[in-house]
Unconditional design. Sequence first.
Lengths: 113, 110
Amino acid sequence: KAGVTQTPRYLIKTRGQQVTLSCSPISGHRSVSWYQQTPGQGLQFLFEYFSETQRNKGNFPGRFSGRQFSNSRSEMNVSTLELGDSALYLCASSLEGLRYEQYFGPGTRLTVT
Amino acid sequence: DAKTTQPNSMESNEEEPVHLPCNHSTISGTDYIHWYRQLPSQGPEYVIHGLTSNVNNRMASLAIAEDRKSSTLILHRATLRDAAVYYCILVLYNTDKLIFGTGTRLQVFP
């Protein structure tokens, strides 16, 4: 069974731009979650989507948004990028939700200059 | 607010057992305790999770204190491949909100 895939793996953007990251979950998984990982803040939960609906949300500003498609693939968008948005963005999928075993992708390394 | 506390780092020798502690004194009765680990340059990997009873799987054991205010991840025989950052995570039942620990960096020496 193929694992969680994320594209692109690396990305460099300029302050003020926007970015869209993509995540393809494991086949059959309906829950997709997004996380931000930085050296200073560690792992932080962004949001979770289940059956195309945002079910849970972390404490991030509205510049961070996402969506999930009918095939469970998910995208995350960050608008008006700031230097502090530089991070590793991780996507995870699970069968039913956050209470269950989550499978993480390798992440997208975003650098904002 | 719920939070978890983990030691920043621990060391072990290969083939020895490792006990990784996590304190979650504000946990409520229905919050799940999850453990993940992250190897260098990889995404986190699921290790184990539990609610009240101790749990075992092929990777590790999870010992949960009777009052649930702490838990311990047990690696029975550490290998070099177990060198990673181990995260203790609470999944709050009512909201499914996740509370992350800061992680424990485990070093394993041959």
